[in-house]
Design a protein around this ligand. Structure first.
Ligand SMILES: NC(=O)C1=CN([C@@H]2O[C@H](COP(=O)(O)OP(=O)(O)OC[C@H]3O[C@@H](n4cnc5c(N)ncnc54)[C@H](OP(=O)(O)O)[C@@H]3O)[C@@H](O)[C@H]2O)C=CC1
Ligand SMILES: CC(=O)C(=O)O
Ligand SMILES: [Mg+2]
Length: 758
């Protein structure tokens, strides 16, 4: 069933693949290559030395080359997703996609290899011939029954891990999800009746693993394209035969009656609402065909509110897709130089995944999925791919199982060092920013950029446009802007408005009249309103006020206060807000930290401080993070000085007015940021033994200077200042912001505009 959403996705997917550098992965040099000397080492003559070492000791290949971190994703294109035999060429986007996932989730490099060969023997020989290059081989989208023979032989004949992901990756993930779904439905694996639709590579491997976990063969009905696999059939291959049941049932429809679990690894839309209605109570439906499931998610949930439903897709709850497995399974296997991926390693991955879903979900994950409260339950039976913990949890479990089962050639001695290595592979700061950008891209908004005759602003606007984060409008002198565009060869075709130019006179007049109407009783004359409107800051703000744009970004060439004044006089604070404030988001290895107020209120009173805290809580929550707020001072719960007393008073106000708010103080920042110190020293605190992620400073000096010191020492990425409390999205950059900082704040401006549209 093709929906409007599918049509939109089609368009977007084609654009995504076509834009910019072609393909989804590239090769990047890892060593210096700037001088003649570097080249003499990288290539001839120096390169001969590692060659000779490896000739003497083949294992040194792991020491001197990329082999140990390089996986081949190999396909012949005979069972590409659920699209069938579309050939090796057409399979390339999927294989490149796998490469991308290997890289971003587990820092594994991939060559995707599409082989034009259907004959299993010839295919095996081709893979064997290129295998010296790789530390592991991920077979992909090869159809059954050939896939079974190909994998079996390559496993036997090669001494590096070989895994057909559609079989075992899928089996591992779906088994983990199944264990949790059964737990939630209060059913036992030994008792439940399964219908497995599909009898190909994925379906057979999954079913075998469920049997290994306790499912009973006599409770499983498997169907292929011809219907139920039963003993009366004479067309069954070797792999299907063990699943042939003595039964009178012939069709999927008949098989479904009274079943508890439906496993779909076949093709789109083969399960009907009527069939779903014939299942038992609390049915479990894993419709895993890609790109479209055996039954549409909304249809299934609409038909059976008691269903526990999963699909292979990322845009619905419970994505049961092998992406949750292969990056981390190979990571663990490569790190111990495992000779194979065996049953013990697979079962370890199943348990690790199933258990992880029961743990509290970190904020970063909820944020990536724009879901406030992700917790173990019917709509969260399996971790999400963007969960940072997968790399440590699953890879470590797999590595350990490889060692315990005797297939590891390079055992791990120090697990905490290994854990640290795994975490360092992931650049969590970048990930967070990427997540925010992805959210912005879902619904890009029109952003007016002031100071367009600045290189950084133009470059940032170009990125915002090219990445699909927003639709820029530039404010500035057209000639100057064009000059910079030409000089730096920046391709940016967006509207440019110069409020000072003759051609903008009518536009200026319209916005000036609006402003005058707004402020005529606050001393503004019509003449002054018109004069103000030739100023870019007034003009940009009024465009947002007039609904001509969704957000305004300014400040990169002016002092903060100079840009703030027009914003306050035009857009102004939101209803009920007496003090606006500036929030900085600082990316740290332990996650994002928020600082307020960093830009506006010199010495807020206790009441104002409480308001700033409340407003910050709201904004942080909107970003998708659960705020834990520390009200900072230089004393801990023992206010003696005027500053601490003020903070203490603000905390009392907050506790009284908002008893559910996670806020406490006065507290020193080193305590607030240290879980152990907090839980041991202040067990009574409302922070509940958890590290704070929002720091409210007692005054502007401490807030502003702290984030600047932090930024200077840590060289962390900073997003902000996010201007909080305004009636419409306007944000003021720091002077001389970098391109990256402008793009980041533009992203926040888009998210801000998205929130307000809801
Ligand atoms: N979510 C995930 O992580 C994954 C999902 N999949 C999905 O599973 C599906 C199968 O992949 P894979 O096993 O690799 O491919 P195969 O080609 O090996 O197997 C396809 C199977 O589907 C069966 N089939 C086709 N049409 C029907 C139908 N109308 N009713 C019942 N069965 C049917 C075929 O039957 P016959 O034997 O008669 O030809 C065959 O057994 C694909 O949609 C794929 O996207 C696969 C791997 C991972
Ligand atoms: C997810 C996957 O590997 C498939 O659908 O084939
Ligand atoms: Mg696949």
């Amino acid at each position: 069933m093709r929906t409007e959403k599918d049509d939109k996705l089609r368009e977007e997917a084609l654009r995504y693949h076509e834009m910019g550098r072609k393909g989804k992965i590239e090769v990047v040099p890892t060593k210096n290559h700037d001088t003649q000397r570097d080249l003499a080492l990288a290539y001839s003559p120096g390169v001969a030395e590692p060659c000779l070492e490896i000739e003497k000791n083949p294992n040194d290949v792991y020491r001197y080359t990329a082999k140990g971190n390089l996986v081949a994703v190999i396909s012949n294109g005979t069972a590409v997703l659920g699209l069938g035999d579309i050939g090796p060429l057409a399979s390339k986007p999927v294989m490149e996609g796998k490469g991308l996932l290997f890289k971003i989730f587990a820092d594994i490099d991939v060559f995707d290899i599409e082989i034009d060969e259907k004959d299993p023997e010839k295919f095996i020989q081709a893979v064997k011939a290129i295998s010296p290059t790789f530390g592991g081989i991920n077979l992909e989208d090869i159809k059954a029954p050939e896939a079974f023979e190909i994998e079996r032989r390559l496993k036997e004949e090669l001494d590096i891990p070989v895994m057909h992901d559609d079989q075992h990756g899928t089996a591992i993930i779906s088994a983990a999800a199944l264990l949790n779904a059964l737990d939630l439905a209060n059913k036992k694996i030994e008792k439940v009746k399964f219908v497995v639709n599909g009898a190909g590579a994925a379906a057979i491997a999954c079913t075998k693993l469920y049997v290994a976990l306790g499912a009973k063969m006599e409770n499983i009905l498997m169907c292929d394209s011809k219907g139920v696999i039963h003993t009366r059939r004479d067309d069954l291959n070797e792999e299907k035969l063990p699943f042939a049941r003595e039964t009178e049932l012939n069709t999927l429809e008949e098989a479904m009656k009274g079943s508890d679990v439906f496993i779909g690894l076949s093709k789109a839309d083969v399960l009907t609402a009527e069939m779903l209605l014939s299942m038992s109570n609390d049915p479990i439906v894993f419709a895993m065909a890609n790109p479209n499931p055996e039954i549409n998610y909304d249809v299934a949930v609409g038909t059976r509110p008691d269903v526990i439903m999963a699909t292979g897709r990322s845009d619905y709850p419970n994505q049961v897709n092998n992406v949750l497995g292969f990056p981390f399974i190979f990571r663990g296997a490569l790190d111990v130089q495992a000779s194979k991926i065996n049953e013990e390693m697979k079962l370890a991955a199943v348990r690790a995944l199933a258990d992880l879903a029961k743990e509290p979900v970190p904020e970063m994950v909820s944020m990536a999925y724009k879901i406030g409260n992700l917790s173990y339950g019917r709509e969260y039976i399996i971790p999400k791919p963007f969960d940072n913990r997968l790399i440590t949890t699953v890879s470590m479990a797999v590595a350990k199982a490889a060692m315990d089962s005797g297939v590891a050639r390079k055992p791990i001695n120090n697990w905490s060092v290994y854990e640290e290595e795994l975490l360092n592979r992931m650049n969590s700061e970048q990930k967070l920013i990427r997540m925010l950008q992805n959210r912005a891209k879902q619904d890009p908004k029109t952003i007016v950029f002031s100071n367009a005759a600045e290189y950084n602003v133009l470059k940032a606007a170009q990125i915002v446009k090219d990445e699909g984060i927003g639709h820029p409008i530039l404010l500035g002198n057209k000639e100057k802007v064009q000059e910079i565009l030409n000089e730096f060869d920046i391709q940016l075709d967006v509207p440019i408005i110069d409020p000072k130019s003759k051609e903008s006179e009518k536009h200026v007049e319209k916005l000036a009249n609006m402003l005058w109407e707004k402020r005529q009783r606050k001393g503004m004359t019509q003449y002054n309103a018109k004069r103000f409107l030739t100023n870019r800051d007034y003009f940009g703000c009024m465009m947002v006020e007039a609904g001509e744009a969704d957000a305004f970004l300014t400040g990169s060439t002016r002092s903060y206060a100079t840009s703030l004044k027009p914003a306050l006089e035009t857009i102004g604070p939101a209803k009920g807000v007496s003090k606006v404030a500036g929030l900085m988001m600082i990316m740290t290895k332990k996650g994002p930290l928020f600082f307020a107020d960093t830009t506006i209120n010199d010495d807020p009173t206790a009441k104002e401080l409480a308001k700033i805290a409340r407003m910050t809580e709201y904004v942080v929550r909107k970003i998708g993070i659960r705020p834990r707020i520390a009200m900072l001072s230089f004393e801990n719960f023992a206010a003696r000085t005027a500053t601490s007393k003020k903070v203490s008073e603000a905390v009392a106000l907050l506790h009284k007015q908002y008893p559910d708010m996670v806020v406490d103080g006065e507290i020193q920042p080193d305590f607030a940021l240290n879980e152990e110190l907090i839980s041991k020293t202040f067990p009574f605190s409302k922070l509940n033994g958890k590290r704070a992620n929002v720091l409210i400073f007692p005054n502007l000096a401490s807030g502003n200077l702290s984030y600047k010191i932090f930024r200077g020492i840590e060289n962390s990425q900073v997003i902000g200042p996010i201007l909080m409390g305004m009636n419409k999205p306007v944000h003021i950059l720091q002077m001389r912001s970098t391109i990256e900082e402008i793009v980041n704040l533009a992203t926040i401006a888009v998210l801000d505009a998205q929130q307000r549209n809801k």
